[in-house]
Design a protein around this ligand. Sequence first.
Ligand SMILES: *[C@@H]1O[C@H](CO)[C@@H](O)[C@H](O)[C@H]1NC(C)=O
Ligand SMILES: *[C@@H]1O[C@H](CO)[C@@H](O)[C@H](O)[C@H]1NC(C)=O
Ligand SMILES: *[C@@H]1O[C@H](CO)[C@@H](O)[C@H](O)[C@H]1NC(C)=O
Ligand SMILES: *[C@@H]1O[C@H](CO)[C@@H](O)[C@H](O)[C@H]1NC(C)=O
Ligand SMILES: *[C@@H]1O[C@H](CO)[C@@H](O)[C@H](O)[C@H]1NC(C)=O
Length: 243
Amino acid sequence: MAFRERGRPSSLVAWAAALLLALGVERALALPEVQKQLRSLAEAELLICIQCPGSVQNLSEVALYCKQTPGLMLHARCCLNQKGTILGLDLQNCSLKDPGPHFPQAHTAIIIDLQVNPLKDDLAGTFRGFTQLQTLILPQDVSCPGGINAWDTVTFYTNNQTCQGQRNLCNSTGDPEMCPENGSCEPDGPGLLQCVCADGFHGYKCMRQGSFPLLMFFGILGSTTLSISILLWGTQRRKAKAS
Ligand SMILES: *[C@@H]1O[C@H](CO)[C@@H](O)[C@H](O)[C@H]1NC(C)=O
Ligand SMILES: *[C@@H]1O[C@H](CO)[C@@H](O)[C@H](O)[C@H]1NC(C)=O
Ligand SMILES: *[C@@H]1O[C@H](CO)[C@@H](O)[C@H](O)[C@H]1NC(C)=O
Ligand SMILES: *[C@@H]1O[C@H](CO)[C@@H](O)[C@H](O)[C@H]1NC(C)=O
Ligand SMILES: *[C@@H]1O[C@H](CO)[C@@H](O)[C@H](O)[C@H]1NC(C)=O
């Protein structure tokens, strides 16, 4: 490995490194603890679920959906499947002016409740990538993202409105010219589309032929990540030993 200690490497350093490595391995073998850490790490990643205090409201549509569908569980403000994917999100009554920076974590959600929030009526772009979303509950004064044509039904109630059934606009716009010759139209959230290049094409308007050098890209990315991880691990170990 291309890491060199500052100054002359001594056998003492090598010995210490071996000891640290051994301690690390021993620690890693304490499986329940590792599993617990992994689980809290996974839950910590779902920041959108805990950014607003409390849990999914008992009688909300999100709670109903989560209880009716087998294999789903509630976690703070979210409804998750067994892999930890967000399928429901209940952020009602959270004093939100906008959904916040963690909102894209919920792009897999099927149902989202944002009612009783002082949201600004400008959710354009907020739901980019939310292709699974089928039910969205909003304060009454906020329009359904993508407009009325992006949904099968929009229903107004006294205190909220629901946007139901996301439409696939790739069909209804009926504009075959919209995507270039070697690309195809795919939905990208309510009222949003994207052009996906056919196999073997990439770049602007899918005009460049030849596959993107993915292997090289991920090869470089992977080895950089690995190096940084090892470096961080090393410094953490040293800090832990010093204290
Ligand atoms: C929510 O429902 C559960 C049972 O389904 C009940 O134990 C709990 O007290 C309820 N919480 C509230 C705040 O109503
Ligand atoms: C919103 O939360 C506040 C404080 O928790 C509560 O008093 C109020 O009744 C809630 N409003 C609705 C509509 O749930
Ligand atoms: C919308 O508000 C009405 C009251 O106007 C309430 O009865 C209904 O449960 C709310 N809908 C949802 C989906 O929470
Ligand atoms: C879109 O059109 C294709 C064929 O043109 C059809 O197979 C597909 O079901 C349509 N999708 C929707 C959501 O209407
Ligand atoms: C699309 O691909 C075909 C070959 O499959 C090629 O002849 C054509 O020039 C491509 N079109 C564009 C706009 O790049």
